[in-house]
Design a protein around this ligand. Structure first.
Ligand code: ADP
Ligand code: NI
Length: 214
């Protein structure tokens, strides 16, 4: 099977699997991450098939929608890639990327690194910041029944992984727990440049927000 056929089958599988997903983690999140990943990959020395497959499959079974199970995502991706006979080494690499790319995984120090992981992780982080990042955060917060803002609940900095996973804090706090930290975590120059502009927009948003609510 050639590159295009593999991608087409993967797109179909992801669209079908995520058809009832929450709005911040649906097919259109995947589509944006895939586009970002292809853009960043043009400036990096990396294997494009691995990058595209990891971008397409990275949220195929997110642990936060599966009772915290952190193995189910990589396992679902591996099983699918095997079913369409993708080269075993590529499939294993894609599964490792999915296992290690999330913000939650970055709490665990023992890491896995590859140029392809760097690209896909940046692509996913870009969709968590800027205007789209703001929209996604409030969509996810609404889905979870969170408050938008509560002046009595201050953001908690330097959370542990368990605290991060179990927080029920208002969505505004998520900016301080994660979103504003991402620009300094970017792996590639292309990703970093895109992140700076999106970061500045979030700061502008927060300034306006506090001006209105206080
Ligand atoms: P990862 O999947 O990289 O571990 P997260 O699970 O933290 O990242 O979140 C992915 C996206 O889901 C975030 O960028 C944000 O849009 C949304 N999200 C996750 N946790 C929260 C939260 N506590 N409040 C608001 N949005 C959240
Ligand atoms: Ni994602």
């Amino acid at each position: 099977m050639d590159h295009e056929q593999i991608i087409e089958l993967t797109v179909n599988f992801v669209k079908e699997t995520l058809k009832n997903a929450e709005g911040g983690h649906d097919w259109w999140h995947i589509d944006r991450v895939w586009t970002n990943a292809k853009h960043i990959a043009r400036h990096e020395d990396c294997d494009l098939l691995t990058v595209e497959l990891a971008a397409l499959l990275h949220d195929i079974a997110d642990s936060k929608f599966h009772n915290g199970d952190e193995e189910i995502g990589p396992a679902t991706a591996s099983k699918f890639l095997k079913s369409i006979n993708v080269d075993q080494a590529v499939a294993d690499h894609v599964a490792s990327i999915i296992k290690h790319m999330s913000f939650k995984a970055s709490f665990d120090k023992a890491g896995f690194h590859s140029p392809e992981l760097a690209v896909v992780q940046d692509a996913d982080r870009l969709d968590a910041i800027g205007a789209i990042g703001i929209a996604r955060a409030f969509t996810y917060g609404g889905h979870k029944g969170r408050e938008i803002y509560n002046p009595e609940i201050k953001p908690q900095l330097n959370m542990t992984k368990e605290q991060y996973k179990n927080t029920t804090a208002p969505t505004i706090n998520h900016f301080y727990e994660k979103l504003l930290l991402l620009k300094d975590k970017m792996n590639t120059n292309t990703g970093r440049e895109m992140a700076l502009q999106r970061h500045a927009f979030m700061e502008h948003f927060l300034k306006q927000f506090y001006g209105e609510v206080s």
